[in-house]
Design a protein. Structure first.
Length: 515
């Protein structure tokens, strides 16, 4: 299987003349070849022009061909075989089993959206038939359906090299909505991105789709992403990454002559609330599950439980001791890239240096170039409230436990906390009444509330919400995981008194046999 160092512009390959992207193997800290050419402003403009040209023919291709195209992408990704798995492991240091699972999720997402496309519910067809005899005025025939927004820019995420990258959830949902996609590959895994881009290109050719329906550009600096978001032909943006990055893209999109929506998933510390009865009855089990979630994937999940609220009382000391011993059994984690490692180490050091913040326990010492030592800290509620940076996301295997003297302290923290992707409650039956009093505030704070579990490991399904109020995302009305993600890239169009022959297929009257 070839590994192209070139840009993928509408079915053609082009050597990038911008700053090259070099992959680094986090496990060794060494560069791995080849050097991937970075895009120039002209390359980005060409990709966007091709996407704009592809929009109408792609939309016109019909739902069955669109669904078959998504399925073909899934098949072509599977056909990459071990080459893809090995490259992704090399570039991210994520274990092979995780990458295999992620490939399964990626192709599953594409097939899910193929089903969604065929079902057609997303078109949200509404028909108000004409009422010619209505008094005092007749009503016209009014019909509504939804179409894609137009070309979408997708930013691959560092921490999910397949499921949130070139052919991940943003790309699958945009293509399902009828939108061509221009991907900005994440510089942390350029080879993995190139392999998947080749697979998408093959699917485009196999399904005779317009070439501009997919392009992928790369770049070592922010200029490439900025050129993409500000290109007038781009109609929406999907992004998963840092808060600073998401905010920068939102500002660029809002400052355009024609502003566009940015769906950015940014930062979340996913509070875990342990209730008194659950703590008294199973402190050790909750502590073990907490550490397993905190360290999963090196703690590099946006759903990572960065904050845990612990009530004082029976079980609290047992919980802290169990956290300490569960951590002691944890190996050091090799993080995704030198930059992410440096950000984690700085965040962990800042926490350790904060007066009143104590270390509960640590995992194995870090030795390799990108290794991080899993660590949990503890602080009391009053200090947590007084020091704003304690609620910042630390991306990696670092957690903070806040001791809450009473239910009011826990409720107060949740009133003040920023928007989150998830909030998890650990409760026994006897805690349900107390949990119920908190639910209204929790619903306002998070996209997903879960009981006796942790947010890591998101199910891809119809009812999933992987979103939440700012800063978890830029738009809390949306999700980036599950079939509802298609909503982000659609727009309603209303047709009034349109002759049947001019109506789009979805809005035409059905015969009894078709209904
Ligand atoms: N909460 C979450 O879901 C995640 C959070 N992170 C956080 O982000 C940090 C850095 O990780 P990355 O994944 O590299 O995220 P990042 O936000 O730095 O970069 C993501 C993508 O956006 C582009 N980009 C970033 N800022 C830009 C700007 N101002 N203009 C144009 N393009 C821009 C980058 O080139 C890259 O392609 C991590 O240390 C972590 O703190 C990372 C991944 C997921
Ligand atoms: O846990 C998941 O599946 C979603 C994770 C995610 O969106 C992220 O870590 O960026």
């Amino acid at each position: 299987m070839s590994l192209s160092p070139d840009l993928f512009i509408a079915g053609t390959r082009r050597a990038g003349r911008g700053d090259p992207v070099h992959a680094v193997a986090p496990a060794t800290g060494e560069r791995i070849g080849p050097a991937f050419g970075g895009a120039t402003a002209e390359d980005v403009a060409d990709a966007c022009a091709a996407a704009a040209a592809a929009f109408r023919p792609y939309r016109a291709a019909g739902l069955e061909r669109r669904a078959a195209f998504l399925e073909a992408i899934a098949e072509e990704i599977e056909a990459l075989g071990d080459t893809l798995i090995e490259r992704a492991v090399l570039e991210t240091a994520l274990p092979p089993a995780r990458i295999l699972g992620e490939r399964g999720r990626t192709v599953g997402q594409l097939r899910l959206f193929a089903r969604v496309v065929r079902q057609g519910d997303w078109q949200e067809v509404r028909i108000d038939p004409a009422l010619p005899d209505r008094q005092p005025a007749p009503r016209p025939d009014i019909r509504m359906g939804r179409i894609g927004l137009g070309p979408v820019a997708v930013f691959g995420a560092s921490n999910f090299p397949l499921a949130f990258s070139v052919a991940g959830g943003d790309t699958a949902s945009a293509l399902a909505a009828g939108c061509p996609v221009v991907v900005k590959a994440h510089p942390g895994h350029p080879g993995t991105s190139a392999l998947v881009a080749e697979a998408v290109d093959r699917a485009v050719a196999r399904c005779a789709m317009p070439a501009g329906v997919f392009s992928m550009v790369a770049g070592a600096n922010h200029a490439v992403g900025a050129a993409l978001v500000t290109d007038e032909r781009i109609c929406a943006v999907g992004f998963t990454g840092s808060r600073a990055g998401g905010l920068a893209l939102m500002a660029l999109a809002a400052a355009r002559p024609r502003p566009i929506p940015v769906y950015a998933e940014m930062s979340s510390i996913n509070p875990v609330l342990v209730f008194p009865h659950a703590l008294a009855s199973r402190a050790e089990a909750v502590a073990n599950a907490y550490i397993a979630s905190l360290t999963l994937g090196g703690g590099q999940f946006c759903t990572n439980p960065g904050l845990l609220l612990l009530p004082e009382g029976p079980g609290a000391e047992t919980f802290l001791r169990a956290v300490e011993s569960a951590l002691a059994a944890q190996p050091a984690a090799t993080l995704l890239s030198p930059a992410i490692h440096a950000a984690h180490q700085a965040g962990q050091a800042a926490l350790a240096a904060t007066p009143g913040v104590d270390c509960i326990g640590t995992g194995a010492e870090a030795r390799g170039p990108c290794e991080a030592r899993p660590t949990a800290f503890v602080v009391d509620a009053a200090r947590f409230d007084a020091i704003p940076h304690l609620s910042d996301e630390i991306f990696g295997p670092t957690g903070l436990v806040v001791r809450c003297p009473d239910a009011a302290a826990m409720a107060g923290i949740m009133e003040r906390i920023e928007g989150q992707l998830t909030i998890a409650l650990h409760i026994d039956a006897a805690d349900e009444e107390a949990a119920a009093t908190l639910l209204p505030v929790l619903e306002e704070k998070a996209g997903r509330l879960l009981v006796n579990g942790f947010g890591t490991g998101v199910e891809v399904c119809d009812a999933m919400v992987h979103g939440g109020p700012f800063p978890a995302t830029s738009d809390g009305r949306s999700t980036s995981v599950g079939s509802y993600a298609i909503e982000r890239f659609l727009r309603p169009v209303c047709y009034q008194d349109m002759p049947p022959a001019l109506l789009p297929e979805m809005l035409r009257d059905r015969t009894p046999q078709q209904a």
